[in-house]
Design a protein around this ligand. Structure first.
Ligand code: PGA
Length: 254
């Protein structure tokens, strides 16, 4: 059984004060969840990491970063390193988000360097992949996902894969209110699992968690999360409000 994973990606939203207010409320809500069947994570902006760590206290909340550089230190104006994140107790990171790929032009080669650095520093990585609308309409979506995964995970061995969660996030579904149908999402998740069988082995393919992202809301979460190969969700907009994020978390709990 793969444990479910629900992550909230706040993107460039919330000041430290707003983050504190959210966490105080959210931690109270998740106290009611029993058992260990779901990982719950928040990915706030860098400036709010400390406050989210502090106010999540001993709760089950995982706190991660939205991006990082692959070097430990150096002349990289505006960047944050794995060492810096570790120093505030953070060892989860989102890499390859489509906004990083498309707005900030991050290449598969750069993402691969970041994945390697993250694993060397014992991070857990949410590796995001996804096709654009045009790529889907021209039936290139499977090739695009294959290319992204093979390049982003180049030289990553089977042991490293234990620390990777794949997030399938079709670009056309992010922040648009358009969600992939549960059937389309499931089909891609199955395809990714089969790819892992070829790239690694069937045991790894079976164990790797593949989560869906793109306009996940309390109203549609359950229909996606009941699918066999959808192991959770990466949530943007709907994670900014403690109640709606909690409702999404709750939709994986029977
Ligand atoms: P969204 O974002 O839920 O606002 O579509 C998802 C994401 O970018 O991870």
């Amino acid at each position: 059984m793969r444990r479910k994973f629900i992550g909230g990606n706040w993107k460039m939203n919330k000041t430290p004060d707003q983050a504190k207010e959210f966490v105080i409320s959210f931690v109270e809500k998740i106290k009611t969840i029993e058992g260990n069947s779901v990982d719950i994570a928040l990915f706030p902006p860098f400036l709010a990491l400390n406050v989210v760590k502090e106010y999540s206290g001993e709760s089950r909340l995982i706190v991660g970063a939205q991006n990082m550089h692959y070097k430990d230190s150096g002349a990289f104006t505006g960047e944050i390193s794995p060492v810096m994140l570790n120093s505030v107790g953070v060892n989860w990171v989102i890499l390859g988000h489509s906004e990083r790929r498309h707005i900030f032009r991050e290449s598969n080669e750069l993402i691969n360097l970041k994945v390697k650095a993250a694993l060397e520093h014992n991070f857990h990585v949410i590796l995001c992949v996804g096709e654009t609308e045009e790529e889907r309409l021209t039936s290139k979506h499977y090739d695009v996902i294959k290319e992204q995964l093979e390049s982003d995970l180049a030289d990553i061995d089977a042991k490293g894969i234990n620390n990777i969660v794949v997030a399938y996030e079709p670009v056309w579904a992010i922040g648009t209110g358009k969600t992939a149908t549960p059937e389309d999402a499931e089909e891609m998740h199955r395809y990714i699992r089969r790819l892992f069988e070829g790239m690694y082995n069937s045991d790894i393919a079976d164990k790797v968690r593949i989560i869906y992202g793109g306009s996940v809301k309390p109203a549609n979460a359950k229909s996606l999360l009941v699918k066999e190969d959808i192991d959770g969700a990466l949530v943007g907009g709907a994670s900014l409000n403690p109640q709606s994020f909690f409702e999404i978390v709750n939709s994986v709990i029977d």
